[in-house]
Design a protein around this ligand. Structure first.
Ligand code: ATP
Ligand code: MG
Length: 339
């Protein structure tokens, strides 16, 4: 097949808050770079069906058909008994692994140079199972659910990811010293799965140690893949973001058996929504992860080079979160001129 004749359909969820602005930036840059992608925008405003937050059928059908979506941040409707929209999407499409790379941007100085971490977060259970009860007023219980099935799935994904990206070690982050059964099961699963990957080293690290080591010298994680239960992944990925310049820069991919949804790590940032201040880099880099997943590497490399060059070219070309003065649209235009 001659790839230059293929056009790929991708579902686009623009999202809430700054979602519209940063999605429009990505669409504009793709047009300029002549990326062979046809966007299928869908509305995911949820409805409550029997108390379960449900995504409109046309959106679900589009994602199931295209197998790939790019998603802006979604806010969860307040006060109507809705579950988190992000959790709903992960549940609807079985997106079990959340891949979150963090790479220093050369030309944007932070206290650390050469950060190059890859964190894989279990995406379906743990502290996010949403099982909480009031036992008596003043006493609540929250259940952290860990299953062999979900743990094995995400850990195997981490080993495969290490293998395919040339990282020689998987670091399993946990707190089994305290949560002996739940995190203990996660660790046990990793020990079993590791036997299938004799060429990849496996090590185990307590989450508090990982936090200390990440903040002291993140470069010690440059050649490894970290994998961990849900909440730890949430926290350590924001920590990792902070090492390279903040949430405006960090991409992610939600990976399932059949469907993958790529999105920025950050939320809808209502404080700056609609003001032309948002940094579209995180969503743009998420879309580059998506292009590589689709084997459109040349386009990904070109767009990534243009955005990094723009950020490195001085504060007048950067958005406010990166101590710059550019607006979302002038930043977008600079990226296009650097393509
Ligand atoms: P949500 O409730 O949807 O998670 P939030 O208020 O937690 O939204 P986040 O998007 O998670 O907001 O990020 C926290 C802060 O970081 C925002 O308030 C915003 O100031 C800043 N921020 C996040 N993303 C960006 C971005 N892409 N560009 C600029 N600033 C950002
Ligand atoms: Mg948030």
């Amino acid at each position: 097949i001659n790839k230059s004749f293929l056009i790929y359909n991708v579902t686009l969820i623009k999202g809430d808050g700054i979602g519209e602005e940063i999605s429009d930036a990505v669409v504009k840059i793709y047009e300029a770079a002549k990326v062979p992608v046809d966007w299928e925008p869908v509305d995911v405003t949820p409805s409550l069906i029997n108390g379960v937050t449900t995504i409109p059928k046309p959106a679900v059908d589009s994602i199931n058909k295209n197998k790939i979506a790019l998603k802006g941040p979604l806010a969860t409707p307040i006060g109507k008994g809705h579950q988190s929209m992000n959790l709903t999407l992960r549940r609807t499409f079985g997106l079990f692994a959340n891949v979150r790379p963090c790479k220093s941007v050369v030309g944007y100085k932070t206290p650390y140079d050469n950060v190059n971490t890859v964190l894989i977060r279990e995406n379906t259970e743990g502290e996010y199972s949403g099982i909480e009860h009031i036992i008596v007023p003043g006493v609540v219980q929250s259940i952290k659910l860990i299953t062999k099935k979900a743990s094995e799935r995400v850990i195997r994904y981490a080993f495969e990811h290490a293998k395919s990206t040339g990282r020689h070690e998987v670091v399993v982050v946990h707190k089994a010293s305290i949560m002996k059964l739940s995190d203990g099961l996660f660790v046990q699963c990793a020990k079993e799965i590791a036997k299938d990957y004799p060429d990849i080293k496996v090590s185990f690290e307590l989450i508090d140690n990982t936090s200390l080591r990440l903040a002291s010298d993140p470069t010690t994680y440059s050649k490894v893949v970290m994998v961990m239960p849900n909440l730890y992944g949430d926290i350590l990925s924001d920590l990792s973001s902070g090492l390279i310049g903040g949430l405006g820069l960090t991409p992610s991919g939600n990976m399932g058996e059949k469907v993958c949804i790529f999105e920025a790590v950050h939320g809808s940032a209502p404080d700056i929504a609609g003001k032309g201040l948002a940094n579209p880099t995180a969503l743009l880099l998420s879309s580059c992860m998506m292009l590589r997943h689709m084997s459109l590497n040349e386009y990904a490399d070109r767009i990534e080079a243009a955005v990094l060059k723009t950020i490195a070219s001085g504060p007048e070309h950067r958005t406010g979160d990166l101590r710059g003065t550019a607006s979302t649209s002038s930043f977008t235009d600079s990226i296009i001129s650097n393509l």
